[in-house]
Design a protein around this ligand. Structure first.
Ligand code: NAP
Length: 292
C-alpha cells in the first residue's frame, strides 16, 4: 500500500496561522509585537536567502524583524557586541545567529552568548541542558517541527522503536531527546554505526538527518514504518528528478512503497523550521512579558 504523504507545507501553514492569530491577540491586549533579530555575518548566498525568508515570515505573522548584517571580516568582538546589544534590547524577543559563521569565528561560543530567554534556535548550552533534563525551555526548531508532524499524523510514540540517523547538536541530539520525552525507545546512529541498514530496518519511526542523497534505500525501511526525511541535498534538477534539484537522505520512491507515512523533499520537514522559529519567538515574547 502506498504511504500517506505528510504535507509539511500544510502543517507549517497551520502553525504560522496560529502564531499570527496569537500575535494579533497579544497586540490587541496592549502588548508589544514580538521582535525577531537575525544576525548574518558575511555574504554567503544560501545564508542570505535563509535570513531573507525568516525576515519575510516574521513580517507575515505581524512580528517586528531586526535584520543585522556584519561584513565577512567582522571580528569575534564585533559580533559579540552586536549579540550583547540585541540581548539588552527590550524590543527584541528572539535572537538568531545564522550559521555557519565565517571560519575565523567560533560559532558555538558566539551562539552561547545569546541570552537563553531569547535563544529562539534553542542551541545555547542552557536550553540544550534544559531539554536534556526534561525541563521547559526553548527547543531547536527543526526537531520541534518533526514532533508536530508526528503529532498531526497521529503517530503513537510511546513504546515505539525510533531510530534517528545523525547526531548533530542542531538536529539529531535534540530530536532524540524529544522522542525520549514522549516515551519512544530511541537509537541514535552516526557515521561509525555498525550495520546501519539493520538498525534502521527495526524502526517504527525512522528519522534521517545525514546530508547524503538517498543514503537510506528500500532495505532500510521496515514495512509500515513512519519515515521522516530531514536531509536537504542539492543535485542538478536532472539528477534529482525534480525542478528544485533538492533530494532527501531517503530514496523516496522506494521507501514510500513500504512506509505507512513519509515526508517528501521538498515540501516535508523544510517548511516546519521557520514555522517553529516563529512559534519560539512568540513563546519567548510571552515569557519575557510574563504572559502564559
Ligand atoms: P551534520 O552536522 O553534518 O551531521 C550529519 C550527521 O550524519 C553526523 O552525525 C554524521 O555522523 C552522520 N553521518 C554522516 N554520514 C553518515 C553515514 N554514511 N552513515 C550514518 N551517519 C552518517 O548535519 P545536520 O546539520 O544534522 O543536517 C543533516 C541534514 O539535514 C543536512 O542535509 C541538512 O541540510 C538537513 N537539515 C535540514 C533542516 C531543515 O529542513 N530545515 C534543518 C537542519 C538540517 P558523525 O557524527 O559520526 O560525523
Amino acid at each position: 500500500m502506498a504511504a500517506t504523504i505528510i504535507d509539511g507545507k500544510q502543517i507549517a501553514a497551520h502553525v504560522r496561522a496560529q502564531v499570527a492569530r496569537d500575535v494579533a491577540g497579544l497586540v490587541a491586549a496592549g502588548g508589544r509585537a514580538p521582535g525577531l533579530a537575525t544576525v548574518l555575518v558575511g555574504e554567503d548566498p544560501a545564508s542570505a536567502i535563509y535570513v531573507g525568508g525568516k525576515q519575510r515570515a516574521c513580517r507575515e505573522v505581524g512580528m517586528e524583524p531586526f535584520d543585522r548584517r556584519l561584513p565577512a571580516e567582522a571580528s569575534f568582538e564585533e559580533v559579540a557586541e552586536e549579540l550583547e546589544r540585541l540581548n539588552a534590547d527590550r524590543a527584541v524577543s528572539g535572537v538568531l545567529l545564522q550559521l555557519p559563521v565565517p571560519a575565523h569565528l567560533d560559532g558555538p561560543t558566539l551562539t552561547a552568548m545569546i541570552s537563553p530567554d531569547k535563544d529562539v534556535d534553542g542551541l545555547t548550552p542552557v536550553n540544550a541542558g534544559l531539554l536534556s533534563l526534561g525541563r521547559p525551555g526553548l527547543r531547536p526548531c527543526t526537531p520541534s517541527g518533526v514532533m508536530e508532524m508526528l503529532a498531526q499524523t497521529e503517530v503513537v510514540l510511546e513504546g515505539a522503536e525510533a531510530v534517528v540517523v545523525g547526531r548533530s547538536n542542531l538536529f539529531g541530539k535534540p530530536m532524540a531527546q524529544l522522542l525520549l520525552a514522549e516515551n519512544a525507545t530511541v537509537t541514535v546512529c552516526h557515521s561509525r554505526t555498525r550495520d546501519l541498514r539493520a538498525v534502521c530496518a527495526r524502526a517504527d519511526v525512522l528519522i534521517a538527518a545525514v546530508g547524503r542523497p538517498r543514503l537510506l534505500t528500500r532495505d532500510f525501511v521496515k514495512p509500515g514504518a513512519v519515515v521522516i526525511d530531514v536531509g536537504m541535498n542539492r543535485l542538478s534538477p536532472e539528477e534529482a528528478g525534480n525542478k528544485s534539484g533538492l533530494v532527501g537522505d531517503v530514496d523516496f520512491a522506494a521507501a514510500s512503497e513500504l512506509a505507512s507515512a513519509i515526508t517528501p523533499v521538498p515540501g516535508g520537514v523544510g517548511p516546519m523550521t521557520i514555522a517553529f522559529l516563529l512559534r519560539n519567538t512568540l513563546d519567548a515574547a510571552r515569557s519575557q512579558a510574563g504572559v502564559q
